[in-house]
Design a binder for this molecule. Structure first.
Ligand code: HEC
Length: 169
């Protein structure tokens, strides 16, 4: 007959083995799972990046149209678009995590964006500053003045400058 003492020891041993077992299972998962996990994480980051730029694009376009003279200046709309653009410009610093450097066809961001990180960061900071400046200028100008046009142009040059270097065609 198994004594209480031996039974207890037996249970402890079993518990230890199952712990060890789950430990092994965990470490196996840790070796195989991250690849799938990393890919998922990268794709999510790329989706966020594209979504942020899509919104940046849709809020900048009406301002570009005013610049071109194809639509009249509408104070209410300009206020909304410039305010959104300034907020959206703050997201750009977070949308280029290293793990999202996957190249085409998954992302149009060129690998250079990560190898020239300092330049990318400077361009992001310039974009933020110009987007914030545009909010101020449009609030004081209230019309398609030269100062307003210059402030929109500065932002437009940030878009183009960064795309020319870091966005695949
Ligand atoms: C600091 C660099 C940088 C700045 C500034 C920038 N962009 Fe981009 N933009 C990119 C990169 C890189 C991509 C490619 C994103 C990807 O596919 O991963 C992109 C993609 C886009 C896209 C396509 C999104 C999609 O769904 O594929 C649009 C639209 C866009 N940008 C508009 C703009 C506009 C408008 C501005 C200025 C108001 C601007 N961007 C400023 C780097 C920048």
């Amino acid at each position: 007959m198994i004594s209480k003492y031996r039974l207890k020891n037996c249970l402890i041993a079993l518990a230890a083995i199952s712990l060890l077992g789950s430990g092994i299972a965990l470490s196996v998962n840790a070796q195989t799972a991250p690849k799938e996990g990393d890919l998922k994480q990268a794709r999510q980051a790329i989706e966020v990046r594209k979504a942020v730029f899509t919104l940046i694009g849709s809020n900048f376009q009406p301002l570009g149209n005013i610049l071109k003279g194809t639509v009249p200046y509408d104070n209410g709309k300009v206020k909304v678009n410039t305010a959104r653009l300034a907020v959206l410009s703050e997201f750009v610093i977070d949308i280029f995590p290293d793990y999202s450097n996957r190249g085409e066809p998954e992302t149009k961001t060129k690998a250079d964006a990560w190898s020239n990180k300092d330049d990318l960061l400077k361009r992001i900071a310039d974009f933020q500053a110009h987007a914030q400046n545009l909010v101020k200028v449009s609030a004081t100008e209230g019309d398609a003045t030269d100062a307003f046009k210059a402030a929109v142009t500065a932002v437009g040059q940030d878009c183009k400058g960064c795309h020319d270097l870091y966005k695949a065609k």
